[in-house]
Ligand binder design. Structure first.
Ligand SMILES: *Cc1c(COP(=O)(O)O)cnc(C)c1O
Length: 233
C-alpha cells in the first residue's frame, strides 16, 4: 500500500470510530480529499485507492488537475474563497461549491452553470466562531442568504459549511470544537424548520474531524492527514 492509501485508510478508520461513538452510520459521512498544493500524481494515488471526491481551493490550480484527470470521472468540490471573476470556471468545471458567502457569487454561478450540466450543489459558508478575518456569513445573516440561494435556478442548496478556528486544545474530540460544530448543526436544523431542505453539513478537517462527525458532519474535508503537511509558499 502507498502511504497515501494507508493514510486514507487511517482517516476512514477515524471517521468510522467517531460514527460508532456517536451512533451514526459511517455511510452517512463522505470523505472529501483536499488537494490544494498537491500534484496530479498524489491525486492519482488517492483515486487508485478508491477516493472519488476532491476539494480544491484555487481555480487555476484546480483546472489543470481537472483536465489531467478527466478520464477518471472524479467529482470536484470548490472549497476556497471565490472571487466574482472566477465564477464561470467554477460553474463549468465543479460539481460542488462549499464556500458561497454572498449572493452576488451565487447569482453568477447560477447564471453561468451550463444548461447541459446537473445543478451545481452549493453550501453557504457560515462563520461560526465570529472572527473578523474569516470568510463566511454571520449566523444571523445565514437565513436570508440561504433562502435567496435556494430560489436561484441551476443551483441546489445542499447545506452549510464552516471552518471554525482550531480549538485551543489539540484533542480531536475537543468540547470547544464540538460546541462550534453543534452551532452549525443547530443553525441548519433551525433553517430547515423554517422551510429549507438542507441535507449537508460540510465540517471537520484533519485536526478535528472526530468532533465534527460527532456533531453531525456529512462531509469532512481532509488534506494533511492524507497527503502530509503542505509546504507554505
Ligand atoms: C485546506 C482546507 C482543508 C483541509 O485542511 P487539513 O487541515 O489539511 O485537513 C479543509 N477545508 C478547507 C476549506 C481548506 O482550505
Amino acid at each position: 500500500m502507498t502511504s497515501i492509501a494507508a493514510n486514507m485508510q487511517a482517516v476512514i478508520d477515524r471517521i468510522s470510530r467517531a460514527c460508532a461513538a456517536a451512533g451514526r452510520d459511517p455511510g452517512a459521512v463522505a470523505l472529501l480529499a483536499v488537494t490544494k498544493t498537491w500534484p496530479v500524481a498524489a491525486l492519482r494515488e488517492a483515486a487508485a485507492a478508491g477516493q472519488c471526491a476532491f476539494g480544491e481551493n484555487y481555480v487555476q490550480e484546480a483546472l489543470a488537475k481537472i483536465d489531467a484527470l478527466r478520464p477518471l470521472g472524479l467529482a470536484w468540490h470548490f472549497i476556497g474563497p471565490l472571487q466574482a471573476n472566477k465564477t464561470r470556471a467554477v460553474a463549468e468545471n465543479f460539481a460542488w461549491v462549499h464556500s458561497v458567502d454572498r449572493l452576488k457569487i451565487a447569482e453568477r454561478l447560477a447564471a453561468q452553470r451550463p444548461a447541459g450540466m446537473a445543478p451545481l450543489d452549493v453550501c453557504v459558508e457560515v462563520n461560526v466562531s465570529g472572527e473578523a478575518s474569516k470568510s463566511g456569513v454571520g449566523p444571523g445573516e445565514a437565513a436570508a442568504l440561504c433562502r435567496a440561494v435556494a430560489a436561484l435556478p441551476n443551483l441546489r442548496l445542499r447545506g452549510l459549511m464552516a471552518i471554525p478556528e482550531p480549538a485551543p486544545d489539540a484533542d480531536p474530540k475537543s468540547a470547544v470544537a464540538r460546541r462550534r460544530f453543534a452551532q452549525l448543526r443547530e443553525l441548519r436544523d433551525e433553517l430547515n424548520g423554517g422551510g429549507l431542505d438542507m441535507d449537508t453539513l460540510s465540517m471537520g478537517m484533519s485536526h478535528d474531524l472526530e468532533a465534527a462527525v460527532m456533531e453531525g458532519a456529512t462531509i469532512v474535508r481532509v488534506g494533511t492527514a492524507i497527503f502530509g503537511e503542505r509546504v507554505k509558499t
